[in-house]
Design a binder for this molecule. Structure first.
Ligand SMILES: Cc1ncc(COP(=O)(O)O)c(C=O)c1O
Length: 393
């Protein structure tokens, strides 16, 4: 028998940062003090009330399957959250609890796109989005974006790149890796453009809540005919619990339910019970404190990277990333990341993990470390840049 991997795996891109991470682990094992600025998860622990609710659920034997769409009380809480935070009414039937935003993205694309159709998205963007499309033999059509549109798609991009094969548009705001927020008017215009073209609009809102200058609008403020992807991972500090949600338009409810039953059966039950405590007053106050910590870190890192000569076209307004142009120092940011790690034990993510557009000129820094720790990283980075420049001169 000829056992080979399926063709579809050939188009799925690996995480290049894994090579950095692997090397970082080896260095740590050799006693190096590696500073991790490559990791896309907050350094904060899950808020105590959430942990307590999860442990209580396990002790009380809440370890059986839930309905495929999720715990009714959690879906209800999410509906109330939309009313309170955005003033938007969402019926609980449209909300599906999923294994993280990853599960939500997978369900959303599976339920609405056919093989051979195109899904438009920005380049740079979170790499798994395009890989999920490829998994379903959907063509991930990436559109180069820059600072002029806030590293986000606008209605002009959508109309210019739309073809007869196009079926949907995906945006993420705040975005990974740029941390930029789509402008409210731009968001509304994108939704209208996709609607008039007869396509589906997918809004990845996983970094909502982690915004530092202005609130982020949900796509649901402009239309009830959109797919919204969200998660307890980032803002709520629950990355490893694997719980998120998907909101679907009415006509997709039945098919989404059928897919969820078959693909996941259900999201992890203790995690769903834990997430019930995510909207408690105390938890939300704690999350607000964390948001302020992240805002200070953002300001610190932004100032430091600029001081060192990195070009940052837009001050990021959300998530916990800065996408810095390092063209002044290198024309190969992947090599730069590997050398920085080897020389100074600072780990960062190379641009090529997020697409092709000028990727070799960019590095993503995550401010998922306290300021004193980042200060050490900045000293090391400065040392790296000065010694590197003098040896390459
Ligand atoms: C933009 C974006 N969407 C989705 C995800 C997936 O998150 P999760 O599956 O942990 O909810 C991530 C994770 O980094 C992300 O950055």
């Amino acid at each position: 028998m000829n056992r080979i991997t399926a063709n579809r795996t050939e188009n799925i891109t690996p995480f290049h940062v894994m090579a950095v991470l692997e090397r970082a682990k080896q260095m740590a094992a050799q006693g190096h003090d590696v500073i991790h600025m490559e990791i896309g998860e907050p350094d904060f622990a899950t808020p105590p009330a959430i942990v307590k609710a999860g442990l209580q659920a396990i002790s009380a034997g809440q370890v059986k399957y839930t309905p495929a769409a999720g715990l009714p009380e959690l879906r209800e809480k999410i509906a109330v959250f939309y009313q309170q935070r955005y003033g938007v009414t969402v019926a609980k039937q449209n909300i599906f609890i999923t294994p993280g935003a990853s599960g939500a993205l997978m369900l959303a694309l599976a339920v609405s796109l056919n093989a051979g159709e195109e899904l438009l998205m920005a380049d740079p963007c979170y790499p798994c989005n395009s890989n999920f499309a490829r998994l379903f033999d959907v063509h991930a059509k990436t559109i180069p974006v820059d600072a002029s549109s806030g590293y986000q798609l606008n209605a002009g991009h959508i109309r210019r790149h739309w073809t007869t094969a196009s079926k949907g548009v995906l945006i993420a705001s705040p975005a990974n890796p740029t941390g930029t927020l789509i402008d409210d008017v731009q968001l509304e215009q994108c939704i209208q453009a996709v609607d008039s073209l007869g396509g589906c609009f997918y809004s990845d809102e996983i970094y909502h809540g982690l915004v530092y200058d202005r609130p982020a609008a949900t796509a649901l403020q402009y239309s009830s005919q959109v797919f919204v992807i969200n998660s307890f991972s980032k803002y709520f500090g629950m990355t490893g619990w694997r719980v998120g949600w998907l909101i679907v338009p009415d006509e997709f409810i039945d098919a989404t339910e059928k897919l969820a039953q078959n693909i996941f059966i259900a999201t992890a039950t203790p995690s769903q019970y834990a997430a019930l405590a995510a909207f408690d007053e105390d938890t939300l106050m704690e999350l607000e404190r964390r948001r302020e910590v992240l805002a200070n870190r953002r300001d610190y890192l932004y100032g430091q990277l600029q001081r060192l000569g990195f070009d940052i076209a837009i001050k990021p307004e959300g998530a916990f990333y800065i996408y810095a142009n390092c063209a002044k120092f290198t024309d190969d940011s992947y090599q730069f990341a590997l050398e920085l790690l080897a020389a100074e034990a600072v780990a960062v993510t190379p641009g090529k993990d997020f697409g092709n557009h000028q990727a070799h000129q960019y590095i993503r820094f995550a401010y998922t470390q306290p300021i004193p720790r980042m200060a050490v990283a900045m000293q090391r980075l400065e040392h790296f840049l000065t010694t590197r420049n003098s040896t390459t001169r």
